[in-house]
Design a protein around this ligand. Structure first.
Ligand code: ADP
Ligand code: MG
Length: 327
């Protein structure tokens, strides 16, 4: 059980942040908050900055162990005393296994997350006994479009973690996955420390037993081959699988419900570019920005890389744009 989405009242926030005025850097280090993000915290209120940073990433529940780690156990006591009413329900959140962190300058894409979430949750409204297609969702789109990041946001979503309370499992496959190792990993995390199978088919049988009565979400990131997906076709009726892939045909063959990820809107692209390049607001971007977005094809990967290159170098925009333009 994980308490990652505990909510604290404004009063608790004020008390804790005041007492962290001198220790906020330790906390920022603990969470690997980047220097440029720290610079955005208002002077004298940096602890509030850290707190809000955590809230935006749905990570405020990690505060308790962070405070323990930085030697502020006194504040942990304070936190425990002052949980707001009704919090006990949010304690039933799934633990995350191997789920990646959200990237720097994470841009929430609610218009994508919500429909994807609906697809992933929809099977739970089906009568027990419904199999396969309603329990598999395929997130598809070209490389660098944000599939892994969107799947990460989904895995960390509070409703998803309430629904699949026995665990959210993340497996990264790629072109040449070590399928047996991943099967063993799943067996172990599901509590079978003695798992010793040496063949995929035995692994499948074991995992079927382990998942049978559980309510889990299994995410297979970056599938290149249908056979890799079927290796993990072991889920019980209360489970769900999400696969991500560039290849639409894998999703069709796997019989999964498809969600095709679109590139970023112009506004979202400018925001990501501005965040990376160190501009507080889209409107402050130089005139070349719109064309840079276009040449990056509104792809988050390209925009993040170009934005990072331009950070602190306002004179380079013309130069970078020239390089991006087709010859
Ligand atoms: N929503 C987002 N917010 C911020 N950066 C993003 C977002 N989506 C993608 N990116 C950036 O683009 C990169 C590629 O995204 P990723 O999800 O790995 O693409 P894909 O899995 O489709 O190949 C990420 O490492 C990150 O830097
Ligand atoms: Mg990916």
């Amino acid at each position: 059980m994980n308490n990652n989405t505990i909510k604290y009242s404004g009063r608790v926030k004020t008390i804790i942040c005041k007492r962290l005025t001198n220790d906020w850097q330790d906390l920022a280090d603990y969470f690997d908050i980047q220097l440029h993000e720290r610079e955005g915290f208002r002077s004298g209120r940096q602890a509030h900055g850290v707190w809000e940073w955590l809230e935006q990433r749905d990570r405020i529940g990690e505060l308790e162990s962070a405070l323990n780690d930085i030697g502020r156990d006194d504040l942990v006591e304070e936190l425990k005393k002052k949980l707001v009413d009704g919090e006990s329900t949010s304690l039933c959140l799934a633990k995350l296994f191997n789920v990646p962190k959200l990237p720097d300058n994470f841009l929430p894409r609610d218009e994508q997350l919500q429909p994807l979430k609906q697809k992933v949750l929809s099977h739970t409204n089906q009568p027990v006994g419904i199999t396969s297609t309603t329990r598999r969702v395929g997130l598809q789109g070209m490389g660098g479009i944000g599939k892994t990041v969107l799947a990460t946001a989904l895995a960390r979503d509070e409703d998803i973690r309430k629904k699949f309370f026995d665990g959210i499992f993340w497996i990264t496959l790629g072109q040449r996955p070590k399928l047996l190792d991943w099967q063993l990993y799943l067996s172990e995390t599901l509590g079978d420390n003695q798992a010793t199978f040496t063949e995929i088919s035995f692994g499948k049988a074991k995992l079927k037993q382990l998942f049978a009565d559980k309510s889990c979400l299994l995410i297979l990131d970056d599938i290149w081959n249908l056979n890799h997906a079927t290796t993990f076709d072991v889920l019980g009726e209360k489970c769900q699988m999400l696969v991500t892939t560039r290849d639409a045909s894998i999703i069709t063959s796997f019989g999964a419900v498809r969600h095709e990820l679109a590139v970023l809107s112009q506004e979202q692209s400018l925001t990501l570019l501005a965040d990376w390049a160190g501009y507080k607001d889209n409107t402050l971007l130089p005139p070349e920005a719109n064309q840079v977005v276009e040449e990056c094809g509104n792809l988050p990967l390209a925009l993040s890389m170009v934005g990072a290159m331009l950070r602190g170098k306002p004179n380079l925009w013309g130069n970078v744009l020239q390089k991006l333009l087709p010859c």
